[in-house]
Design a protein around this ligand. Structure first.
Ligand SMILES: [Fe+2]
Length: 209
């Protein structure tokens, strides 16, 4: 989000490492993507993906090309819409001027390769029906890890999307637990990265035996 005034006070910082405790982040606040057709994009994310439009705005003057730009797109008064993607997280889109930008390469460094949404088994099936009704291409379902199934598809902007489903866990998937790995398996991979045993032990401390 780009409109909030910068905080004047810093959050209290704990300089000690929290590598083995809970993450210091709480999850996604918003993921911001680009389109050149916000109406089409709104219809797709509401009607097909199943999100809710919760905030529709234009970015105030001065934040695009003026000194107020903080890394947001360098155009004035862009539309900036927000969708509730569930679990208290937002998906956001900027509407870029038509023709101002070329379609990006999702495999470029610093690009976004894809985004995966977590859905219940019921919604997993329902989403596939909605995509098929549009004639959209779907890859999958693919079992990408034991008991974790995904489909891959593209939104009308060409953004690669994925929907993930844990059939056995119904409406309450254990997303992080579903990718849990033993320390031995993690070690086998991390050892291919470096022979620095101090680094390895530090990074392996968060894994269970
Ligand atoms: Fe993925």
């Amino acid at each position: 989000m780009v409109i909030a005034t910068a905080a004047k006070t810093s959050p209290r910082m704990n300089p000690t490492s929290a590598a083995t405790s809970a993450p210091r982040t709480r999850g996604i606040h918003h993921l911001a993507l680009n389109t050149d057709d916000i109406k089409m994009t709104t219809d797709y994310y509401v009607d097909v993906v199943g999100m809710k439009l919760v905030h529709a705005m234009k970015i105030p003057s001065g934040l695009g090309t003026g000194e107020g730009n903080r890394g947001n797109p360098p155009f004035e008064n862009l539309r900036h819409y927000f969708f509730d993607m569930g679990q208290d997280s937002l998906l956001a889109f900027f509407e870029m001027p038509k023709g101002a930008k070329e379609k990006g390469d999702r495999d470029a460094l610093a690009g976004m390769q894809h985004v995966a949404f977590s859905v219940t088994p019921e919604e997993f099936a329902s989403l596939q029906e909605r995509l098929k009704a549009r004639g959209d291409e779907i890859i999958g379902p693919v079992e990408i890890l034991p008991d974790l199934y995904s489909i891959y598809f593209f939104d009308p902007n060409g953004i690669r999307l994925e929907a993930c489903c844990h059939p056995k866990e119904g409406a309450h998937p254990n997303v992080v637990g579903g990718v849990a790995q033993s320390r031995a398996d993690a070690r086998a991979e991390l050892q291919t990265l470096t022979g620095d045993t101090g680094w390895l032990e530090k990074r392996l401390s968060g894994f269970e035996d």
